[in-house]
Design a protein around this ligand. Structure first.
Ligand code: F6P
Length: 360
């Protein structure tokens, strides 16, 4: 391997720049490789929007949020929207991507992304492209790895928000509901709720009964604590099974946009508990900005490990973290098996043991 390409796709995530920096520096300094990046994820691969990556071009990016290579969300070259005879049609244009890799003399690709991005990574690997994946998502829901980079930063931001909501909750005797991201997994809510001292945590893996949440807050009020902080995951579901969908985008590969459940929970708790309630939807603040020191280290480890895998000829793999060890897993095993919070796992049990309600 003499030359490698990198792309970042899907939603951005704190730690993308540290991964890019680590790949580039390891590739150049340790192995004397050349490195290029495709801008705007798979869209850039299709349009051959390529940029040379040097020690100089990655200098100073370690603490910076976002991705210097830009991203494009939900672009899948195996099912891509192109114009043909004046009409927009869906087509497999992955050969154009492979052709562009060849044009640039690229021997192997480092693909940094979550489930959608890595699904395409696996599909390119199936076509014979030498691919290594790096697990990116604030949601921490990728299987085969204990932690994805970006999760720690998202949790830190959400924890700080919960801390800030505590003081205003106390001053006004209110219930403050904090809605956090995480898609169909409750990792961010669980970690932010425990670290931020929440009184209730609602996650998709444990369907909640709002009456039970209200009862726990009433019991708390009867002990003189007439304020509360409730952390709710955007994908949380009630026992009746409803998921709060903020928008459906017809024809999109990912048609459901989550968000907004916090408002509903606040309204319901206000009437059931009899305390005023307000909600805060933290949204993309969890994704933007500088990565934590922990995420910078994890991203640097992932980037270096990705180059090592390529140099060892282990293609079609994703780098992983198990315990404190870097490892790898086949993309075939990673895709389509999202990692959920275990409702009877240690963290949930501890949280319940210290009196946090999950509404179950
Ligand atoms: O997967 C990361 C994530 O931030 C989710 O937590 C959230 O549901 C989704 O992306 C939001 O995506 P978008 O960038 O399309 O708003």
């Amino acid at each position: 391997i003499k030359k490698i390409g990198i792309l970042t796709a899907g939603g951005d995530c704190p730690g993308l720049n540290p991964v890019i920096r680590s790949v580039v520096r390891t590739a150049i300094l340790k192995y004397g490789l050349e490195v290029v990046g495709f801008n705007h994820g798979y869209k850039g691969l299709y349009h051959n929007d390529v940029t040379e990556l040097t020690l100089d071009s990655v200098s100073g990016i370690l603490p910076i949020g976002g991705t210097m290579l830009y991203s494009s969300n939900k672009d899948n070259l195996f099912d891509y929207t192109v114009e043909e005879n004046g009409k927009m049609v869906q087509k497999d244009v992955s050969d154009v991507g492979v052709e562009n890799m060849k044009k640039n003399g690229i021997d192997a690709m480092v693909i940094i992304g979550g489930d959608g991005t890595l699904t395409s990574g696996r599909d390119f690997a199936r076509k014979g492209v030498k691919v290594v994946g790096v697990p990116k998502t604030i949601d921490n829901d990728l299987s085969c790895t204990d932690y994805t980079f970006g999760f720690d930063t998202a949790v830190s931001v959400a924890c700080e928000a919960a801390d800030r909501l505590h003081s205003t909750a106390l001053s006004h005797s209110r219930i403050m509901v904090l809605e956090v991201m995480g898609r169909y997994a409750g990792w961010i809510a669980l970690a932010a709720g425990i670290s931020g001292g929440a009184d209730a945590i609602l996650i998709p893996e444990i369907p909640y009964d709002i009456q039970k949440v209200a009862d726990s807050l009433k019991e708390r009020a009867s002990r003189g604590k007439n304020f509360a902080v409730v952390v709710v995951a955007e994908g949380a579901k009630s026992v009746s099974g409803e998921l709060h969908v903020s928008k459906v985008i017809e024809g999109s590969p990912d048609p459901i946009r989550l968000g907004g459940i916090g408002n509903k929970i606040a309204e319901e708790l206000e009437s059931l508990v009899g305390l005023e309630a307000r909600s805060t939807i933290l949204g993309h603040i969890q994704r933007g900005g500088s990565p934590t020191a922990h995420d910078r280290i994890l991203s640097t480890r992932y980037g270096a490990a990705a180059v090592e895998l390529l140099m060892q000829g282990k293609f079609g793999m994703m780098v992983t973290l198990k315990g404190d060890d870097m490892g790898y897993a086949s993309l075939e095993d990673v895709i389509g098996k999202n990692k959920a919070v275990d409702p009877s796992g240690e963290l949930v049990s501890i949280a319940k043991g210290i009196g946090i309600s999950f509404g179950d």
